[in-house]
Design a protein around this ligand. Structure first.
Ligand code: UD1
Ligand code: MG
Length: 407
C-alpha cells in the first residue's frame, strides 16, 4: 500500500473546495428558483401530508445536476492542466477521453430524466434510454482497451484458471448496470428525502471505498472516480437539505436518473463495476421485492408510497386489493410463503363478498412499516438511511475480509 502523491492530493483538495462552493450554490439556488419551476408546471403534490393542495417544485435535481456539471467543467483543467506544467510525459489522451465521455453520459441522463418529468415516459423507454446513454462510455472503454476479465473464485480455479475473459458479456453487464442503477434508485422512493438521501449515503460510501483503494495498484482509476463522486455527493447533500422532511423541493426523475448514471459511470471508469453493487443492497432488495408488481403478476398502482394516517400523523403501509381469481395460483402461493416468512402483510377473504385479497405494496419502505409499525415520515427516512449506511458497512466487510477468503 502506497500513500498517494501530491499529483493526486492537490487536485483532490481543489475538487473538495469546488464541491463545497457547489454545495453553497445549490443551497441558495433551489429556493430562488422554486417559483420559476412551479410557474412552468414543474410541481408535485406531497402525498404523505394532510394538506395535499400545496405545490412542491419538482425536478429540482436539475439544479444540483447543473451545478455538478459546471463544477466538473471548471475542475477539468486541474488534473489535466497540471500536466503541461509539471510532467514531461505525453498528454494522457485516454484518461481525458474517458473523463469527457463520463460527463457526456451523465449529462445525457440528466436530460433524459428531465424529459421523463415533463413528458411522463413509458416504462420501456426508461429501460432503453440508460442503455443508449451508456454507449459513448462503453465505446471509449473499448478503445482504451478496458479489461473484460473477471477474477475466478478460488474454488473454481482448478477448472477455469485464475481469470476469465468474458469479452462482450462484460459490455452487456456494464450497460445493464446503467439501467439497474437508474431505475433502482427511482423505485426506492416516495417519502421526503429518500431519493436524495440514499444518493448521498451511497456516494459517500463509494468515496470511502475509492480512498481506501487510492493506495492500491488501480490508484489512477479510483482517483478519477473520486473526482466525480465527491462533487456529486456534496451537491446532492445540498439538494437533500431542501428535499428532507418536510420537503420544500422534490428531486424528480431528473435526479434519480442522473444519480444512477453517475454511480454506473464511476464504477465503469473506476473499474469496480461489480463492487459497486454491494453498495446497492437495499435497492437490490427493493427491486427483487417489487418484481411481482413490476411485472404485473400483482396489480401495480401508479404510486406505491405509504399511506398517511391523519389521526396518528404517521405513515402506514399502503395496500393493493385484487380478486383472488385475478392472479395465478403460483403468485398466490408465493405471497402466502412470503406471509409465512413475515415478509408481506397479506389478508385473504376480505371485501363485501369475501373474495378480495389485500397485500401491502411490495416496496422496502412499506415492508419496514409492516415490520416496525407506523412511523412519522421524517423518522422513517432517517431509519431507512441508517439501514443504507449499515449496508455500506456490510459491503466493505464483504469486499475486504470476506472476499479475501474466496478470491
Ligand atoms: C416511483 C415509484 C412509485 C412511487 C414514486 C414516488 C415504482 C414502480 N414507482 O414512480 O411507486 O410512488 O416513485 O416517488 O415503484 N412524492 C411524494 N413525496 C416524496 C416524493 C414523491 O409525495 O417524498 C410524490 C409527489 O406527488 C411527486 C411524485 O411522487 O410529484 C413523483 O413521482 P415520480 O418520480 O414521477 O414517480 P415514478 O418515478 O414514476
Ligand atoms: Mg421518480
Amino acid at each position: 500500500h502506497r500513500t498517494p502523491g501530491y499529483e493526486m492530493v492537490v487536485p483532490l483538495c481543489i475538487n473538495v473546495v469546488l464541491s463545497v462552493v457547489g454545495f453553497g450554490v445549490v443551497l441558495r439556488a433551489i429556493p430562488a428558483l422554486s417559483s420559476m419551476f412551479i410557474d412552468a408546471g414543474l410541481f408535485g403534490r406531497d402525498l404523505c401530508k394532510a394538506d395535499r393542495t400545496k405545490k412542491v417544485p419538482e425536478s429540482m435535481g436539475m439544479v444540483s445536476g447543473t451545478v455538478f456539471l459546471v463544477m466538473m467543467f471548471l475542475f477539468l483543467g486541474v488534473p489535466f492542466g497540471q500536466h503541461f506544467i509539471t510532467s514531461s510525459k505525453p498528454f494522457p489522451h485516454a484518461a481525458f477521453s474517458e473523463y469527457l465521455t463520463s460527463l457526456l453520459s451523465i449529462c445525457c441522463m440528466l436530460f433524459l430524466g428531465f424529459a421523463d418529468d415533463v413528458l411522463n415516459l413509458k416504462w420501456r423507454y426508461k429501460l432503453v434510454l440508460p442503455t443508449l446513454a451508456s454507449l459513448p462510455l462503453l465505446m471509449v472503454y473499448y478503445i482504451n482497451q478496458g479489461s473484460t476479465t473477471v477474477v475466478v473464485p478460488r474454488l473454481l480455479r482448478a477448472w477455469m484458471g485464475g481469470t476469465l475473459n468474458i469479452g462482450v458479456l462484460y459490455y452487456i453487464y456494464m450497460s445493464m448496470l446503467a439501467v439497474f442503477c437508474t431505475n433502482a434508485i427511482n423505485i426506492y422512493a416516495g417519502i421526503n428525502g429518500l431519493e436524495s438521501g440514499q444518493a448521498v449515503v451511497v456516494g459517500a460510501s463509494v468515496a470511502v471505498f475509492n480512498m481506501i483503494e487510492l493506495g492500491g495498484f488501480q490508484a489512477k482509476s479510483h482517483f478519477f472516480s473520486l473526482c466525480v463522486i465527491i462533487p456529486f455527493t456534496i451537491t446532492s447533500l445540498g439538494l437533500f437539505i431542501h428535499n428532507r422532511y418536510p420537503a420544500k423541493a422534490f428531486v424528480g426523475d431528473t435526479f434519480t436518473y442522473f444519480a444512477g448514471m453517475t454511480f454506473a459511470v464511476v464504477a465503469i471508469i473506476g473499474h469496480f463495476s461489480k463492487t459497486v453493487l454491494l453498495f446497492f443492497i437495499p435497492q437490490i432488495f427493493n427491486f427483487l421485492y417489487s418484481v411481482p408488481q413490476l411485472f404485473h403478476f400483482v396489480p401495480c398502482p401508479r404510486h406505491r408510497l405509504p399511506q398517511y394516517n391523519k389521526k396518528l400523523d404517521k405513515l402506514e403501509p399502503s395496500v393493493v386489493e385484487f380478486r383472488d381469481t385475478s392472479v395465478q395460483w403460483q403468485v398466490m402461493a408465493a405471497l402466502r410463503l412470503l406471509k409465512y416468512l413475515r415478509l408481506v402483510h397479506l389478508e385473504e377473504g376480505v371485501g363485501e363478498d369475501g373474495k378480495l385479497c389485500r397485500v401491502n405494496n411490495l416496496t422496502l419502505v412499506n415492508l419496514v412499516l409492516v415490520l416496525i409499525g407506523p412511523q412519522h415520515e421524517g423518522s422513517l427516512t432517517t431509519k431507512l438511511l441508517v439501514i443504507q449506511g449499515l449496508c455500506s458497512g456490510l459491503a466493505l466487510f464483504i469486499r475486504y475480509p470476506l472476499a479475501d477468503l474466496f478470491f
